[in-house]
Design a protein around this ligand. Structure first.
Ligand SMILES: [Zn+2]
Length: 145
């Protein structure tokens, strides 16, 4: 638990939330500023800022619940699809420094989109891709590979 963490306050019951699901490891709540109808957050009970700060079992439970809620949203809200999104770090638009997974139901013409950098239209060569892949393989350890 962390001082002044809104998600820790929700998990402990000291701040209100619209709860969707809870178990001994994670909770799922409605996002208070939804991108689309049914936008949910799956939040581990344990405080950790980043995805790599939590143990693998908790991380996998978080994604497993997100996957299940995505299927439920499609049935219950008639969503045509779902985006699962993690903002891991401030540069990646993480707004609350307590790891969470967004479950964002999608509807035709719902207005949600992605903006890609200009380099998207000039993709790297195979040689450049191979060099990046090699650097990543070289950095990997058995625990993270
Ligand atoms: Zn927290």
């Amino acid at each position: 638990m962390s001082d002044q963490c809104v998600f820790c306050d929700i998990v402990s019951g000291t701040s209100p939330a619209s709860w969707v699901y809870q178990d001994d490891t994670v909770v799922a709540i409605m996002d208070i500023q939804p991108i689309t109808q049914g936008h949910m957050l799956v939040v581990p009970r344990e405080h950790a800022a980043l995805m790599t700060d939590i143990n693998e079992t908790t991380a996998m439970r978080t994604f497993r619940v997100a996957r299940s809620l995505a299927a439920i949203a499609k049935r219950a809200l008639d969503a045509g699809g779902v985006n699962i999104f993690v903002a891991d770090g401030e540069v990646a638009f993480q707004d609350v420094p307590h790891f969470h997974v967004h479950v964002i139901p999608r509807y035709a013409h719902d207005g949600f989109g992605f903006t890609f950098p200009g380099t998207y239209e000039q993709p790297p060569t195979r040689v450049q891709l191979d060099a990046i892949a090699e650097a990543l393989r070289a950095a990997a350890t058995p625990a993270t590979a």
